[in-house]
Design a protein around this ligand. Structure first.
Ligand code: THU
Length: 131
């Protein structure tokens, strides 16, 4: 699946965002290492801290369907500009992404930018930290 197609799927998912508090809609589309895709949107809550980001929605959907290896994720937002993932989502990504995995950001004017996972989250806490 091309990066462009994944961005387009993320844009479709963004339309389903539940964001009545921030009015900031986010969409994500994730490709698993074996070629399946999952989408997600942000899901807000009147108790703001209960909000789930679009990226984690997509990742948790995939994991709950039995997919735990991911190769890339596209993220878009209603800002129309590059929207990098929050720190919590980066931590969740590091659990499941391949070493050569990457994040795809989109700006409606500038186009697509890709960032290797190792650059976007260089010092993750992972299972080696639990030993
Ligand atoms: N949000 C995401 O869905 N992903 C991000 O990477 C950044 C933030 C959502 C959470 C909240 O619903 C809204 O954007 C404003 O923070």
């Amino acid at each position: 699946m091309t990066d462009e197609r994944l961005v387009s799927l993320a844009k479709e998912a963004m339309e389903r965002a539940y964001a009545p508090y921030s009015n900031f809609k986010v969409g994500a589309a994730l490709l698993t290492s074996d070629g399946f895709y999952f989408t997600g949107c942000n899901v807000e809550n009147a108790s703001y801290g209960a909000t789930n980001c679009a990226e984690r929605t997509a990742m948790f959907k995939a994991v709950s369907e039995g997919f735990t290896h991911f190769s890339k994720i596209a993220i878009v937002s209603s800002s129309g500009t590059f929207t990098p993932p929050c720190g919590i989502c980066r931590q969740v990504m590091t659990e499941f992404f391949d070493r050569d995995g990457y994040v795809i950001l989109n700006d409606d004017m500038l186009g697509i930018k890709t960032i290797p996972m190792q650059d976007i989250f260089p010092y993750p806490f992972d299972e080696t930290g639990l030993k």
